[in-house]
Design a protein around this ligand. Sequence first.
Ligand code: DX5
Ligand code: ZN
Length: 228
Amino acid sequence: MSSINSRSMDQIKIAPSLLAADFADLGKEVARIEPHVDMLHLDIMDGHFVPNISFGMPVITSLRSRTSLLFDCHMMTTNPDVYFDELREAGGDLAMIHVEAISDPTAAASKARAAGLGFGLVLNPPTPFAAVEPFMELADMILVMSVHPGFGGQSFMPEVLAKTESARKWVDEHGLCVDIQIDGGITPETARLAGQAGANVFVAGTAIFGADDPVAAIKRLRQAIDGR
Ligand code: DX5
Ligand code: ZN
């Protein structure tokens, strides 16, 4: 497992979202991209916090035996903290939970750490950076959603770029090692824009698993971000 904390600030990382992969062949899909990426983004949806159901712990357990990639678990569930022990048991590494889904981020962070998980907070498109600012020091990563959560294949919302800039400014001014992740509608062009705004971790589902050649697609994303 790659360590959550051994990152240098502003290191570019690619996090393919499994949601766009062939669910009948997940082991093969992951093996193909593993040498070329930094973590695997797992979208866990409960049909309640978001209007869609994806997959849960049994799938994560099965995948854990097939890859050593860091599992970045994007929890789109009501009461996400209830699942922390199970998530760790299944092989999850990083619990990314929506600030809109919890009443006490400090308690949730403690609970995640006690379960042996890394911790991060996620912001829906309308949620301002101010909602997570008081909790930044508790987080390994902040996720700025660039679509409304629940479905892959949506278009990037450029209005979240200003919020990404605010997050980057805060992290740089405080000299903290908090990754800034962007998720939704990521293509080489939107990755470049998000990178310019200060994101350093790029989630891409359709752009990677929907491509004829996922490895070439990852290279195209990295090139676009490097040229920002
Ligand atoms: C949406 C998920 C995303 C999604 C991204 O709720 O959080 O991770 O899989 O898919 P694309 O890259 O297709 O927008
Ligand atoms: Zn996601």
